[in-house]
Design a protein around this ligand. Structure first.
Ligand SMILES: C[S@@+](CC[C@H](N)C(=O)[O-])C[C@H]1O[C@@H](n2cnc3c(N)ncnc32)[C@H](O)[C@@H]1O
Length: 207
């Protein structure tokens, strides 16, 4: 069964700030500098939607954003965000079930892939890849393990917590780096936060 973040919607942002301070926000905001004016953007798994307000601070108008979020409670919170004069289309579905999308300049996947089993990751990646224009940008933030013991402890506890509460399927990080390599994406920016546990990467589509 797919994860459902409805049970966490009310306190997700507060809890993540307690554990990570501003790191989760800073990592995602860091990548927003790569968005060009008037871009057509796909955001998948944006949670409560605070990222829409951060985007509007940089681009108050001109963007076309498609916002796909599987949890209806998360989506309802996102719909209350101040998006400036940007056009936002909200879709309450799992991204792998959404058809009819294409031609994006930018895809944003913020802490999405850590939810997935390796099989689900492959399915979602194969679904998203054709939606990005040639030379388009994929902005991905997620956890990574760089050999420090506490990272593994924190990751396992987090995944267990969200498994019990929301039915998250994964119990370890799936290899999303490998997917970007398999599809020949070029890394154009790589920045880490929270003792290297969080990686913010911008990729360019090459084919
Ligand atoms: C770990 S939360 C991250 C939320 C937000 N990006 C943040 O950093 O605050 C993952 C989000 O992805 C959504 N999600 C999980 N699987 C999804 C899917 N297949 N399609 C769309 N959204 C999904 C969940 O409902 C949840 O809101």
């Amino acid at each position: 069964m797919a994860a459902n973040y409805n049970n966490a919607a009310r306190f997700y942002d507060g809890l993540s700030r307690v554990v990570y301070g501003k790191a989760l926000v800073e990592a995602q905001v860091y990548l927003l500098r790569y968005i060009a004016p008037n871009s057509n953007i796909l955001i998948v798994g944006g949670g409560t939607g605070w990222i829409l307000e951060e985007i509007a601070l940089i681009h108050p108008s001109g963007l076309h954003i498609t916002y796909v979020e599987a949890s209806d409670k998360m989506l309802a919170l996102s719909q209350q965000r101040k998006v400036g004069n940007n056009q936002v289309i909200y879709i309450n579905e799992a991204i792998e079930d959404v058809t009819g999308l294409n031609n994006f300049d930018v895809i944003i996947t913020p802490f999405l892939f850590d939810n997935f089993t390796p099989e689900k990751l492959e399915t979602v990646f194969a679904h998203l890849h054709p939606l990005l224009k040639p030379k388009g940008l994929w902005l991905n933030t997620d956890f990574q393990l760089t050999g420090q013991w506490w990272q593994n402890v924190l990751l396992k506890s987090m995944l267990l917590f969200f498994k019990v509460l929301c039915g998250v399927e994964s119990s370890k990080l799936p290899d999303f780096e490998k997917q970007f390599e398999l599809y020949s994406y070029q890394v154009i920016s790589n920045t880490t936060f929270f003792g290297e546990f969080i990686a913010a990467k911008a990729y360019r589509k090459t084919n």
